[in-house]
Write a protein that binds this ligand. Structure first.
Ligand code: SAM
Length: 285
């Protein structure tokens, strides 16, 4: 393992450029030593919400200029910030976790690169990765897809689009929307292995595993509070033919054979054409 240890002193000025700094997702103890060092030595911090970042800086005993920045900032404001980095060290943080992961920063990083500004990253907490590690779901392949859309049709479309991918799917979620998302998963993908990671790294951290319908029943009586990562395990390739036939028959009760094949392909990850052929066999039996 190659290890690189910077020899830094809190009095040394930082080279100019953009420093992408991950911050904790709940537990302030998760700030990294390197993040604390860079926040102490930068010329200022670009952040989503100056009150949130102000609290973190206070916890670290630091006082620096805080500049509000998000990707909706006007072109001119962003260009000014980028130009200032030719001779200023600017730390980019978000309210929690890793900047750019469902958070602002993408345009800023892109513009810095184009302007030849030095950009470096300080990895740390990220709710998607924390949830995945806690879930026990397969993590050799995972796909992070941000927040599911809030509208019924759009949410179903995303689940239909991603449901057949052979990977654990990772979404960000909110308490008030969790039940609707679980119901949509049940409708579109059927009995998939789900993990709900809630309040990760905080006092009431929990990770609950189950099938969508069981989790709906649970959260109907235990309304979920706080921040949530919702994970969907990959389709089960070991599903036996007997189960697949039952799914196909059930689906064909409600839709055409071709649609039933597509729907069961999303649920099981099986080949749609093979399922269609099987659906026609079942129909003719
Ligand atoms: N950039 C952040 C990161 O690296 O995780 C994510 C920012 S995104 C705007 C905020 C969402 O992340 C929340 O709505 C929730 O879905 C998830 N999240 C953040 N902190 C969390 C926590 N402690 N436990 C569970 N989910 C969390």
């Amino acid at each position: 393992m190659g290890v690189f240890v910077e020899r830094t002193s809190q009095t040394e000025p930082l080279p100019a450029g953009l420093y992408i700094v991950a911050t904790p997702i709940g537990n302030l103890g998760d700030i990294t030593m390197r993040a604390a060092d860079i926040l102490a030595r930068c010329d200022g911090v670009a952040c989503e919400d100056t009150r949130v970042t102000g609290k973190l800086m206070k916890h670290l005993g630091l006082s620096k200029p805080l500049w509000r920045y998000d990707d909706h900032a006007g072109e001119k404001d962003r260009a000014r910030l980028v130009a200032s980095m030719h001779d200023r060290a600017v730390a980019l943080v978000s309210d929690a976790g890793t900047p750019l992961v469902s958070d602002p920063g993408y345009r800023l990083v892109n513009d810095c690169r184009e302007a030849g500004i030095a950009v470096t990253t300080l990895p740390g907490a990220c709710a998607a990765v924390a949830g995945l590690t806690l879930s026990g779901l397969p993590n050799d392949r995972f796909l992070f897809a941000g927040f599911l859309p809030s509208k019924y049709k759009a949410r179903k479309d995303v689940l239909e689009e991603l449901g057949g991918i052979d990977a654990t799917l990772v979404f960000y979620e909110t308490g008030p929307r969790l039940l609707k998302s679980l119901a949509a998963i049940s409708e579109v993908l059927g009995a998939r292995d789900i993990a709900v990671g809630r309040e990760l790294t905080k006092l009431h951290e929990e990770c609950r595993r189950g099938l969508p319908d069981g989790l709906v029943a649970y959260y109907e009586t235990h309304p979920p509070k706080g921040e949530i990562v919702l994970m969907i395990g990959p389709a089960d390739p070991d599903m036996v033919q007997h189960d697949v036939d039952a799914l196909l028959r059930n689906a064909m009760g409600q839709m055409k054979a071709s649609q039933a094949a597509a729907s069961v392909a999303r649920m099981t990850g099986s080949d749609r054409k093979a399922l269609y052929a099987r659906a026609l066999e079942l129909k003719n039996q």
